[in-house]
Structure formats: structure tokens, C-alpha cells
Write a protein that binds this ligand. Sequence first.
Ligand SMILES: NC(=O)c1ccc[n+]([C@@H]2O[C@H](COP(=O)([O-])OP(=O)(O)OC[C@H]3O[C@@H](n4cnc5c(N)ncnc54)[C@H](OP(=O)(O)O)[C@@H]3O)[C@@H](O)[C@H]2O)c1
Length: 337
Amino acid sequence: MFDSIAIVGATGAVGRLIRQLLEERDFPYKKITFLASARSAGSTITFKGEEHTVVELKPEVFDDIDLAIGSTPDDTAEQFVPWAVERNCVVIDESGFWRMDPKVPLVVPEVNPEAVRDHQGIISSPNCSTTQMVLAMKPLHEAGKITRVIVSTYQATSGAGVKGQSDLIEGSKSFLAGDDYKYEAFAHPIAFNLIPQIGSHKEQGYTSEEMKMVYETQKIFGDDSIKVCPTCVRAPVSNCHSESILVETEKKITAEQARELFAATPGIKVIDDLDTSSYPMPKDCEGSDDTFIGRIREDLSCDNGIAFWCVSDNLRKGAATNAVQIAELLVREAATV
Ligand SMILES: NC(=O)c1ccc[n+]([C@@H]2O[C@H](COP(=O)([O-])OP(=O)(O)OC[C@H]3O[C@@H](n4cnc5c(N)ncnc54)[C@H](OP(=O)(O)O)[C@@H]3O)[C@@H](O)[C@H]2O)c1
């Protein structure tokens, strides 16, 4: 049990949901602090019926905090995480900054819970597009060893934070009214459009978001031989990322076996009946902590391939839920020592 906990970035899109989840799941603590930048410091947040003042993020705030869940931009995480760790505060971090550090476990509790045991003060939560994919890969990897993944994402605007969410709404209104709109989170209009670039150009024509899906997947499974070819696309969907995933396995898995494996995996729900037009869609998955899978079929282009469609709430399982589940895992681990 952690006596004093904090949310860093409590005013952001993910931070708001972390607050909601701590309330919903009745996470144990004695004192809670909400941290953000100087811009929001002094504003108030109502949590469990009480008003709390948002505190500016500074090193000394961690003097009496035992556990911090951070959801800030990368450069803020780079700065504040060492402040916290130096003061013996454990940090669960949502940002991309610490994920590939060899000393930092990268954890999805349903996939590699054992990794938290090696933490040295920092635990990272993966990128949202990676989390739902590795959760779906886990039962197939155990049953048939995955050698290759081809994934195309259709990512919601909430993945770009509060500004991404408002860009879709305000941009759509302006488009329909025939007015100009200055997008803040995107380089191109997202209303009535698709943008086949998320993040910056990283290497060999792949973006930073795409390379996260490659490296984070290999780190989570502890297997650099899994080959991943991603294409990440921003879609005019407010919330919930969708992914078309194709996996190739060493051992043949039939579509029927894959359906059974998915259905037996905690955190996965199968919706899969083409004849009744039943499959997961972003509008139906919002607000759920589960990852939804449908359109399960054998790949017509190779012998040992399974193709499927995967949808998950990027703000929940892709971010806030995963971080809170890691915190719950730490509480359970501490209780068993
Ligand atoms: N959105 C998703 O689906 C998703 C999924 C997985 C991971 N993530 C990661 O989670 C992090 C947060 O994402 P988000 O979507 O919640 O972004 P967001 O809506 O823009 O929120 C960012 C939060 O960080 C705070 N912040 C910004 N600069 C700060 C500074 N210098 N000092 C202290 N606090 C600062 C903001 O506080 P102010 O209100 O004071 O500006 C706000 O609370 C990012 O690293 C993102 O990559 C997001």
C-alpha cells in the first residue's frame, strides 16, 4: 500500500481518466496530490466529492509522495521522473521517454506482469497502439510463436491529447460551415481526412509512432526476433484506436483456434460474426477497459497467418487503465513480500 500518491499531468486527457479510474476501482491511498504545469496550478479538481487544488510540478513536491502516475509530454517526464526517484517515489510513466531504457520495465499486466519485479523506481506503460496489439498477440504467441506482424492502425484524435480531441470537433464544425480552422495538434486537417503520419520521421521511412510499435513489442515479449511492419494512420474518430493486424506463426493456428484463444484471454472480448455485421467499432468500445477483436480469419496469402481487427479505448487500456493496473500489481506484489 502506498500512503501518499500523485497524478502528474492530472489535467490532461489521460490524467483525467486516471483520476476517474482511481475513483472507480477504489485504489487504496491516504493522501492524493494532483500535479500539472504552472498553467493549471491553482485550478481545482473535484475528486471523491472533495475539492483539490492543482499543484505546480517541482522537485520538492515528491518529498512526501510514495507513488506517482505520470502522463505528461516526454520532455516533462525526462525532467520530473529523476526528481521523484531520487526521493524514493516510485513512478509509473505513460510518456515515451523512459520506455526503451534497459533498466525500466515496460509492462502490460496481462502480458508480462513478472517484469514489474525488476523495477528500480520507474515502470513504463507502452504506447497505446502497442498495448492493444501485444494483448492480442499474447495468446497466439503462446500457442504458435509469432514470427512476423503486419499492422495498420486507424488512430483516434484523442491519442493526440486534449488538443487532438478539440481539433476534430472544431475542425469538423468549421469544415461544414465553410470556414478556415487552424489545427493545433495535426499538420493537416483531420476532419473528413486520414493522415498517414503519426510522429516524426524516425528511420528507413518509418515514423516514431511506428518504430515504437516495433521496439516496444520486442521488449515486452523479450524477443527481438519478432518482426513488425507497422503503418500508423490518424483517423477522424474521436476515441478508440482500431488496428488491422496480420500475424504469422511458426505453428499453424486455425481461425477457429484463434477465436477460442482470444475468447479465453482476460482483457479480450470477441465480437465476430460477419453474417450479422457484428465486429468491434470504435463507437461501441469507448469507456471499456477491454480490447475487442473481430474479423478473425486465416490469411489467404501465407500458410500460417491469422488476420483480425482489434479495437481498444486508447485513453483507457491504451493509457490510464494500464497504468492503474500496474499500480494495483505493485500493491499486490508488496502484499505478498
Ligand atoms: N492520449 C493517449 O491516447 C495516450 C496513450 C498512451 C500514452 N499517452 C502519453 O501520455 C502523455 C499525456 O498524454 P495526454 O494525451 O494526456 O496529453 P495532454 O492532454 O496534452 O495532457 C498533458 C498533461 O501534462 C501536463 N504538462 C504539460 N507540460 C507540463 C510541464 N512542463 N510540467 C508539468 N505538467 C505538464 C499538462 O498540464 P497543463 O494542464 O498544466 O498543461 C497536462 O496535464 C503523453 O506522453 C502521451 O504520449 C497518451
